[in-house]
Design a protein around this ligand. Structure first.
Ligand SMILES: *Cc1c(COP(=O)(O)O)cnc(C)c1O
Length: 239
């Protein structure tokens, strides 16, 4: 048993090193400084022991999707890493997240922004956030319509307890890499355009299947789950 879990930990260490190397290579290929790309470990379904293995490999940002799962695991995480929230956030769970994570990636409506503002004001803090943009029109359910983003950005910037750091996007799974490329190019252009309204240093895009392409298009943060931890095993309902 002990040997088996050592094997699993070693596999995670190897995958972390491989992802770090691929990011370096993608940066080298397009003349970017690898220091400008943060590698986030996405922890959903992953045992905290393995999350901490990724931290020991030098990964310093953890991404959480589900409020309950995060609350049950956070005490076990290595405090060397900071935790960010990347999942869909329901307004009734906002209070449990605001002030407890260093960045919320998933603000995609005025309604949600107002709930985060209210919770941050109550805690007398400023909560850094990203605006989540829907890269694919109706094909995905989360994210703001790109057409509404300039207005949403201005409205959120006016909220005293929110600090907008940039954009996040989750493209739908695509059949060809060229489709992901086109979507990343589109979001990168939107990111550029919005910089006329405010400085937006963060562009959170790229997951296990497409992160090298995202880096080529200017991503500053890639969110990797299965590339680091292997395929996710979801607990079966009713057991
Ligand atoms: C699960 C998830 C990821 C990571 O997905 P992989 O394909 O396993 O890398 C990244 N971002 C978000 C928002 C996710 O929910």
């Amino acid at each position: 048993m002990a040997t088996e879990s050592n094997d699993i930990r070693n596999a995670v260490l190897l995958r972390c090193a491989e992802a770090q190397e691929k990011i370096r290579a993608a940066c080298a290929a397009c003349g970017r400084d690898p220091a400008g790309v943060t590698l986030m470990a996405v922890t959903k379904t992953v045992d905290p022991v393995l999350v901490n293995t990724a931290v020991s490999a030098g990964i310093r940002v953890l991404g959480e999707n589900r409020v309950q799962e995060y609350l049950s695991k956070r005490d076990a995480y290595d405090p060397a890493a900071e935790v960010q929230f990347i999942g869909h956030l329901q307004t009734n769970k906002v209070r449990q997240i605001v002030g407890s994570v260093t960045l919320i990636h998933s603000v995609d409506s005025l309604h949600l922004a107002e709930a985060v503002e209210k919770a941050a004001a109550a805690k007398q803090i400023v909560q850094p956030v990203l605006l989540e943009v829907n890269a694919a029109g109706e094909a995905t359910k989360s994210g703001a319509d790109p057409r509404f983003l300039p207005d949403l950005l201005r409205q959120v910037m006016a909220m005293p307890h929110l600090e907008v750091k940039g954009l996040m996007t989750i493209p739908p799974p695509v059949a060809h890499e060229s489709e992901a490329d086109a979507m990343f190019a589109q979001i990168a252009a939107l990111h550029q355009k919005l910089q006329q309204i405010a400085p937006l240093p963060v562009l959170s895009m790229g997951m296990s299947g497409d992160y090298t392409s995202a880096v080529r298009h200017g991503s500053t943060m890639v969110r990797l789950g299965s590339a680091l931890f292997g395929p996710r095993i979801y607990p079966q309902k009713g057991i």
